[in-house]
Design a protein around this ligand. Structure first.
Ligand code: HAM
Length: 438
């Protein structure tokens, strides 16, 4: 008989895996709520046109797209940004600004398989709409950092690399390049860290061999690793004076992040330009400090996407952190959550009559929020005590024939092995006393 496996790049979540994922999502959710973000969701399947010519060539080539039974071209969502722009765009006038929204959802990209990258993965997306200044970036970068710190990760474990596509556009524009050339060069910069000078191949195929001086300037700019160096580079002859106006925004952003106490997490790095085509301003990516893993998170400003998707002009900035690289980093640092699925209480049952007597208590305790388990089949006491110990429960409630006859229940502390009897009518109070009274 044929055996079926998950498709390449797709994952099953056994209970212990799902418990870890749920724990990560719970902390992300709490953190986003603490920052005043409201949660939303969107459909998994979207019109393919939502992504065409918006997300960029790379994502477009990775779409899980098909024609549905109604002849519509559709795609499994590869990212959240175009969808959330639709939602916000449709109600832009009614929504209170700034609009701070987040979601935790699954995405699909037909990617080459590699460590930390799959074809289905989860992301926490957080976005701020309606705020044109770097205050929105401050809020989002602070949220991104806190989403990692909530698990015990520190500035020794990861950093946020900060760059600016607007400055790149202005810089390359001031060198006399037109928009198609600029976009092609930015794609090369995006690939340069992984591919070296091969990254310029795409540019050269479209526009001929790259001029040595241009290449020198591009490599010089992408090598900038501090604000001081950035200021200096913009002072070089040949760069338009208008460009320097952008530095005031940089100062505001860096000062704000410093005031939040996040300076040690931030690394100015003009080598980051992001692969997605819609970014218009500051861009950032989070990486592990050792540089061993793929990006943990990425984001930036995309001020014209809401408008391009049919909504009003609305400034926007956001990021997404993925679950896969993040879980790898937690594991590597020994910070992977240990999630207990043990019951609080395990009931040990003498026989049919005792089982019935226990059921009312079991139901009542469960309704009161305690995790309660019991053997589904009649088993000897020895096997039941072993099952109770194996379950990881803190206490066992023993419903034996003697206890039933005397109208009592025995409670056994499975850690220190002490036992105590109490009236059958007082089970809930006794269990409460154990867990709440210490
Ligand atoms: P992105 O850089 O494509 O940005 O993805 C963000 C994060 O999602 C990555 O840093 C990575 O952790 C995770 N990720 C992406 N692709 C995969 C994959 N194939 N397997 C596993 N994890 C993956 C965006 O998606 C933007 N929409 C983020 C954004 C929100 N920009 C503004 N708002």
């Amino acid at each position: 008989m044929a055996t079926f496996q998950t498709l390449p790049g797709f994952r099953d979540f056994y209970p212990e895996d799902l418990a870890k994922r749920t724990h990560i999502f719970r902390l992300w959710r709490q953190t986003a709520a603490a920052f005043g973000f409201a949660e939303y969701d969107t459909p998994v399947l979207e019109p393919l046109d939502l992504y065409r010519a918006k997300s960029g060539d790379e994502i477009e080539g990775q779409l899980f797209g098909f024609t549905d039974k109604g002849g519509r071209e559709v795609a499994l969502r590869p990212e959240m940004t175009p969808s959330v722009c639709r939602l916000v765009g449709a109600r832009a006038n009614a929504l209170k600004r700034p609009i701070k929204w987040f979601s935790i959802a699954e995405f699909y990209r037909y990617e080459r398989m590699q460590k930390g990258r799959g074809r289905c993965f989860y992301q926490l997306n957080a976005d701020v709409f309606g705020e044109p200044g770097p205050e929105a970036e401050i809020e989002l970068i602070a949220l991104l950092v806190q989403c990692m710190r909530a698990f015990g990760l520190t500035d020794k474990d990861f950093c946020v690399r900060l760059s600016d596509r607007m400055l790149w556009f202005q810089f390359l524009g001031s060198l006399g390049l037109d928009e198609p050339r600029i976009r092609s060069l930015l794609a090369a910069v995006d690939k340069h860290e992984r591919s070296g000078d091969d990254a310029f191949k795409g540019y050269e195929e479209s526009f001929g061999k790259i001029d040595d001086e241009l290449k020198r300037r591009v490599l010089g700019f992408l090598g900038i690793r501090s604000f001081g160096a950035l200021e200096q580079a913009l002072g070089e002859p040949g760069v338009s004076a208008a460009v320097s106006g952008r530095l005031a925004d940089w100062r505001k952003l860096l000062d704000g992040l410093g005031a939040m106490g996040l300076g040690d997490y931030i690394q100015v790095d003009l080598g980051v330009v992001r692969g997605l085509a819609y970014y218009t301003g500051f861009v950032f990516e989070a990486f592990d400090r050792k540089g061993e893993l793929r990006a943990l998170a990425g984001g930036g400003r995309y001020d014209d996407l809401v408008g391009r998707l049919g909504g009003p002009e609305l400034p926007a900035v956001g990021f997404a952190v993925g679950d896969m690289t993040f879980a790898l980093l937690l594991e590597e640092r020994g910070l992977s959550p240990v999630v207990s699925q043990a019951p609080d209480v395990y009931c040990i049952l003498g026989g049919e009559a005792e089982r019935k007597a226990a059921f009312a208590d079991i139901n009542r305790l469960r309704a009161a929020g305690f995790r309660v388990d019991y053997p589904m089949r009649d088993l000897g006491f020895g096997k039941q005590f072993k099952a109770a110990a194996d379950s990881g429960a803190k206490i066992a409630l023993i419903y034996g024939g003697d206890e039933l006859a005397k109208g009592i229940v025995k409670m056994r502390d499975l850690v220190d092995r002490t036992e105590r009897d109490f009236p059958a009518s007082g089970v809930e109070a006794a269990v409460r006393g154990f867990f709440e009274g210490g």
